[in-house]
Ligand binder design. Sequence first.
Ligand SMILES: Cc1cc2nc3c(=O)[nH]c(=O)nc-3n(C[C@H](O)[C@H](O)[C@H](O)COP(=O)(O)O)c2cc1C
Ligand code: SF4
Length: 491
Amino acid sequence: MKFGDIPKIKALQTSAGFREHLHRLGMDMPCDDEVASGPGAPLAAPLTVGALTVGNRFAIQPMEGWDGTPDGRPSDNTVRRWRHFGLSGAKLIWGGEAVAVRHDGRANPSQLVMSAANQASIAALRDTLVAAHREAMGSDDGLVIGLQLTHSGRFCKPNDRARFEPHILYRHPILDPKFRTAADHPLMTDGDIRALIDDFVVAARRAWDSGYQFVDLKHCHGYLGHEFLSAKTRGGDFGGSLENRTRFLRELVSGIRAEAPGLEIGVRVSAFDYVPFKPDPSQAEPDELGPGIPDDHAACLPYRYGFGADEADPTRADLTETRAFLGIAQSLGIGLINITLGSPYYNPHLTRPALYPPSDGYKPPEDPLLGVMRHLETVRDLKRAFPGLAFMGSGYTYLQEFLPHVAQAVVREGWVDFVGLGRMVLAYPELPADVLAGRAVQRKRLCRTFSDCTTAPRNGLVSGCYPLDTHYKKSAEMVQLTAAKKAAHLA
Ligand SMILES: Cc1cc2nc3c(=O)[nH]c(=O)nc-3n(C[C@H](O)[C@H](O)[C@H](O)COP(=O)(O)O)c2cc1C
Ligand code: SF4
């Protein structure tokens, strides 16, 4: 399917039109005609997970804004975003955004850092969110807030937005050259890893002291926690067997349980990975990159560099180890799982289905609805295998007008427990509150997946919804973003 042939969601008009399009694509995606509101509605049902009771089924995904201060504290833009998370009406706030456990693990020089000096301001972010939530919903009953803790591994850029300072666990035959990691770049030693585990535990304790009810030990999107899971070619205590590759998680959990016994633990995991993608050179146009195709990998078979990727054909998933990982998580007493896919660095169409690529991205290799369905079906299959775990799903934003219809159907049918919203909340924070109250969805505010919130940070600017959030209208950042998009022939 060519880029211009992909129908825009808003052109489908009604749920009948949407369903017809799903049918043409051969997809059996659940979608309700009417979305219920009020206390008996499927999306309003509370759910208890361990010691936590979450007041409804909407959840907010972690999203960084590249807008903290150089020493890792929130800026006014960060506070504003967290206020919007509170106004959304969603009762599960998964992480807020990725917060580095120490400086060298930052994904960009503006990422928040959970240091002793920053603890009070990161606690205040939570307070802002709670106050906004009370204002919008009348009470904070059932509001559950976690903090996502991270080290960015091979994607660290702690000091300069344009320079990777990677921390790697093994040599990756495609990612090393793609991101210019030198062939002799040192691997993290087992001693380095143990010191990092200590830093995670200290950061988790700070999150607990700040009032966060859980921490997410991030295992997704190509960052360090995720890299452990694919460290099949690494020796020592943290590589090789699945037992060794999950030692990082197990040691984090035992350290956190000892230091912050009341703190719940969640994990956001990329359920599977594909081989990295690249723009197809044969379909490039003079001013535009081609659609994504898998990078050359014939020389890397069997592919021992992915988690949940089929070793014989890494353009396909194999969930055998993913299920084993979830079994380990469950045995560790982890009840909250947030499923995502792939990595925005090297196969973004898996992570966030979008119609428009960011300035350095490839065009969609498929109708993005296929990408949404991949998310939904993956969570459904894992939920069936682990009914006792609470699952949050990702990748819903591309559904646009039909997000509430599909969200209600998948919750009602037990495919997922929590509907996680990412980009939609940057564009239209009050969507969950509107749906829960039975108000009509404000179509002009729906995220249309223009990807400016990704293009901006790729060009050194703060992230945000430039097309729809009036905060950025006529701002200096907007002017710079437009110039960057013109240079990339996207404007
Ligand atoms: C601007 C931006 C920042 C993001 N930051 C994070 C992050 O800090 N941690 C994380 O796990 N995912 C992050 N993501 C991924 C989202 O959480 C989410 O998985 C993705 O956008 C797909 O969901 P959606 O279709 O609802 O947008 C980010 C996405 C965007 C667009
Ligand atoms: S910039 Fe706004 S409309 Fe575009 S993808 Fe991001 S949130 Fe959606």
